[in-house]
Design a protein around this ligand. Sequence first.
Ligand SMILES: Cc1cc2nc3c(=O)[nH]c(=O)nc-3n(C[C@H](O)[C@H](O)[C@H](O)COP(=O)(O)O)c2cc1C
Length: 328
Amino acid sequence: MITKLGTFDIDLPVFLAPMAGITDLPFRRLVSRFGAGLVFSEMVASKAMVAETRRSLRIVKSSDDEPLMAVQLAGCDPEIMAEAAKLNEAMGARIIDINMGCPVKKVTSGMAGSSLMRDLSHAAKILKATVEAVSVPVTLKMRTGWDDDNRNAPELAKIAEDTGIQMLTVHGRTRCQFFKGAADWQFIGEVKDAVDIPVLANGDIQTRENAAEALRQSEADGVMIGRGSYGRPWFVAQVAEYLKSGTRLADPDREAQQAVVKEHYLDLIKLYGEHVGVRVARKHLGWYGQRLPGGEAFRSKVVRMDDYRQVCDEIDQFYEDVELKESA
Ligand SMILES: Cc1cc2nc3c(=O)[nH]c(=O)nc-3n(C[C@H](O)[C@H](O)[C@H](O)COP(=O)(O)O)c2cc1C
């Protein structure tokens, strides 16, 4: 199944979701290397982007070993969104994604993220200004609507298509659900029916079978995976292979997992510096450990360590002793 996105032909319709605090360059690089059709940056506030704050520049930083990365912008002012998109294009972004799905109060109270689903005419202005500002493809990520009484994703999807948006992702929950309940993959099918551009189904894909079922119910063109990739940057590639050929690729062996975790860890230290990097890495180490026997003891040890060299030794020791079990 080939997904066309501007001049890009994406032949693995399985994408890594944007996740603030998680999908930074070190994580995306690993997911890309195992194999992903496309990976998304953490969302970056368009205002901070235009001011070129240190943090925003770090969020959008890419590298040559990421074959295809979309920069995700959040914001409520069409001109600033357009400016931020232009700036990213000039810095090398190959795809711009717009966030109309974030449920967090800090974002929605500024009329950005999912609150834009409550004002479709304003949403349209943002989409139009951004699309007109750049020549790279612009995509949009949304929820099913604001709440159960206002599931207007199909309407927003049509507006987006008409303004030149080239692909949509739908997280199958309303804003008011936050992360509660189950993602409604069937409803994503209503978005798919409303437009001709590619639609990705997102939400609750934790196993290969979930991905196949999400596609069956939604008839979407591909899936986007967020939390299912915690502690297993190889999962996106496993899902892609399963959807393509039915083959269940094994998890990497013990030495390979050890090397991945070490590389991820050292990359985080390099990107954030030791003080911040050690802290940012703790959740990842917890997730890597969670999937393995003895992982809880490993996690509780490393979250107390401040010296990255000590953590590296602990990672080596953990993986030298651990017995792997196959994940979902
Ligand atoms: C920690 C975290 C951070 C997230 N940050 C973003 C973000 O920056 N932009 C965005 O569009 N969605 C964000 N999301 C939502 C995910 O992209 C995705 O839509 C959601 O987690 C549902 O998919 P999943 O069940 O596969 O995780 C975030 C989700 C989580 C858990």
